[in-house]
Design a protein around this ligand. Structure first.
Ligand code: PMP
Length: 355
């Protein structure tokens, strides 16, 4: 606290990311990173880009990356926005598109950065409770007389539950709110949910955010993007160009482009995570855990006889880190990132001992 702080700084409750402990032999299953490394072609491209050209600024418009992403998703480059991680893309979207009378509607159990951006940008949040089974109820987002959303955001699959929402339900929300931008945060979509990108041409109010941090195993590179019709993208560009001309550096651009071009490696990596997830779910169910259906690279689990905080602490004593949330509705759960089969086995063995 200081007399020099501006009023808004006093009012902020900043987001707290999962820890990144610098310890050896730790099994780190707390921040939903990919357990296998990035494409060797991406690493090579980053290596090759580390040259004398680093004295020059990167392309402020990231045109080459937008082109490969547009081709990959079957859209126009003018329908792609890129940023320094999808968090930055989301932040710009909050400022550019999600601040309208009616407030921003999102699930009560969801990505905990959303309320933080609301505070930062003075957006009125409206939390919509998940159903009892922790699913998103599309009907809960539809206008009810004059009570209608100013904008809507939710992750699909949702985080931290992992539950996917079928595309038909996503579409009911988008088509039922033509007055509002609906932002689908698809950070985890490649692990088994259906993407709304294929509906971009149909809905001028649909924006979809993706990241290289999860399915492309490049969390350390900080690349994210959004896809939507050109007027929405233009709004994001206006904010970005009023904030930072060069959010993506030369190494990030080179690595991201090479990653998109290595489709085979990407698909293989997703398939390995999905297989490891299904094995882990089976084993945890055998230990008595309730496991929510997951289409993500993490699972959300709860044991009838043991509190989430207790299990999290005991795993930590055994050098295994998972994520626990204090929010009332989910305090008995743990969110576990899917690791390699060896890491998952170590987790299962540790839980057997603890239980
Ligand atoms: N959306 C969701 C739902 C997430 O869980 C995360 C990761 N914390 C992000 C967006 C942001 O990811 P990144 O900034 O690494 O792209």
């Amino acid at each position: 606290m200081s007399q020099f702080w501006s009023p808004v700084v006093h009012s902020l409750t900043p987001y707290v990311p999962g820890e990144q402990p610098q310890l050896d032999n730790l099994i780190k299953l707390n921040t939903n990173e990919h357990p296998w490394g990035p494409s060797p072609k991406a690493l090579q491209a980053i290596h090759d880009a580390a040259n004398d050209n680093l004295r020059l600024y990167p392309d402020p418009n990231a045109d080459a990356l937008k082109q490969v992403l547009a081709a990959h998703h079957g859209v126009q480059p003018s329908e792609v926005f890129v940023g320094n991680g999808s968090d930055e893309v989301l932040a710009h979207a909050f400022m550019a598109l999600l601040n309208h009378p009616g407030g921003l509607w999102f699930p009560d159990i969801s990505y905990s950065f959303y309320p933080v951006y609301c505070q930062l940008y003075g957006i009125t949040p409206r939390t919509v409770p998940l159903r009892d089974d922790f699913s998103i109820g599309a009907d809960d987002y539809l206008p009810n007389g004059s009570d209608r959303a100013g904008a809507i955001i939710f992750p699909n699959p949702n985080a931290p539950t992992g539950r996917p929402l079928p595309l038909s339900e996503v579409e009911r929300i988008v088509s039922g709110n033509p007055q509002a931008v609906v932002l689908i945060d698809e950070a985890y979509v490649d692990f088994g949910a259906e993407s709304a990108v294929k509906r971009i041409a149909q809905y001028p109010n649909l924006l979809v955010a993706h990241t290289f941090s999860k399915s492309r195993s490049l969390a350390g590179l900080r690349v994210g993007y959004a896809i939507g019709q050109a007027p929405l993208i233009e709004a994001l560009e206006r904010v970005k160009n009023s904030f930072n001309s060069y959010p993506l550096d030369r190494l990030a651009l080179a690595g991201a482009i090479a990653s998109v071009q290595d489709q085979a490696y990407f698909e293989e990596g997703c398939a390995k995570v999905i297989a490891a997830r299904e094995t882990l779910i089976t084993e945890l169910k055998a230990l008595g855990f309730n496991v929510l259906p997951s289409a993500a690279n993490f699972i959300f689990v709860q044991h009838p006889a043991h509190a989430g905080a207790e299990l999290t602490a005991k795993l930590r004593e055994r050098a295994i880190i998972v994520r626990h949330f204090k929010q009332e509705r989910i305090r008995n759960f743990m969110r576990i990132t899917v690791g390699t089969p060896a890491q998952c086995q170590a987790l299962v063995q540790a839980l057997k001992q603890i239980l």
